[in-house]
Design a protein. Sequence first.
Length: 366
Amino acid sequence: MPPILVTRPTLPPFEEYTALISKIWENRWLTNSGPLHQQLAGELKKYLNISNISLFTNGHSALEVAVHCTHLPKGSEVITTPYTFASTTHAIVRNGCKPVFCDISYDDYNIDTTKIEELITDNTSAILPVHVYGTPCHVDEITRIAKKHDLKVIYDAAHAFGVEIAGRSVSSFGDATMLSFHATKVFNTIEGGAVISPDKRITDAADQFKNFGMEGNDDYIDVGTNAKMSEFQAAMGVANLKYVDQNIGIRKILCDRYTELLQGVEGVRVLARPKNVKSNYAYYPILIEEEYELTRDQVCDKLAENEIYARKYFYPIVTEYSCYKGKSGFPNDSVAKDVSMKVICLPLYDTMDVSIVDKISALLAH
Ligand SMILES: *Cc1c(COP(=O)(O)O)cnc(C)c1O
C-alpha cells in the first residue's frame, strides 16, 4: 500500500477542468475579474446563501484585507485564539494591531466565550475567532459581547466552508468572514479565498483593496495590495463546486466510521459534533489523553512506522512560535496548550477508502 498522508487535494474530472479553461484560450482573459471569476462568485453566493463575496488569490490575503476593511485603529487590541494556524495572528499583526490571546474551550477547541470579556480593555477594537475544524464558535454569545462593548467581529472560517448553524451559513455571521480555498481544504481553487460580509461596503472595499486600491482607471484611493483570484483558480472552483456535496458526503461516512471505532477506546477523545449544525467533516482530530498507553508523539511514530502520516494540527500553539514567543502574555498552562500537546488529525480525504479508517483505528485500539 502507498503511504497514507493526512490529506489529498480534491480534483475534478480532468476533462471538466480543461473544458472550462479552454474558454481562456478563446477570450485571453487570464485574471482581473474575468467571466470564470464572476461565474464562481455567483455560484458561491448561491451555494453559501450569502449576499456579498470578494474572491482572493488565497485565504490569508482575504483575512488581512478583511481586517483592513473593518477599519480597526492602528495599535488597537484584537481578541483571538492561540489555537489556530499562523495566518490568523499574522493578519492581525500585519494590520498594525495587537493580538490578545483568549483560551479555548475543551468542548470544541474554539475560543472560550466565557473568557473573552475579562480581556476587553478601552483599547480593544475587535474579536477574531476561528471556527476550528469547522465546528462553529458560539456565534450568538460572540455577537452579544461585541454589541455590548462596541467591537467588530471578523471570523476565520478557513475550516468551515459550507457549514450551517440551524440552516444558516456560518459565513453570514460577524462583520466579515474569511474563507480559504487552499488545496488542502474541503473546497479548493488550488490556492484561493474569500471575504464575505453582510455589509456590501466591506466586500466592495475588499474588491478595491485587492486591486491596489484602484478607483476608476487613473486613481488609487488606498495603499492596496494585489491579491486577485485568477481565471485558472476560478475554473478549478467552478469544477470542484459541482462535487463538494459529494465530497462532504464521503467525508461524513469516513468520520462516522472513525467515531464508531474510536469512541470506546480508552484514552482517545473524539470531537463531539454539535446538534443543529450541518458539518463539513473537514478534519478528524483526536486527543491522546493521559490514560492512553502511549504519548501523542509515540502514537504519531507508531502510525508513521506503518506509513500513515497523521498531523499534529495545531501544534504548537501560536504563542510558542519564535515570532510571538515571550511577547503574548498568554499563560503557560492553558487549555489551548494542553489540547495542542494531545491532538492528532487523522488522515481524511474524499478518495480515501474506508478500509484505511479501519486500519488506522485498529492500530489505535491497541
Ligand atoms: C488554511 C488556513 C488559513 C489560510 O488560508 P490560505 O488559503 O492557506 O492562505 C487561515 N486560517 C486557518 C485556520 C487555516 O486553516
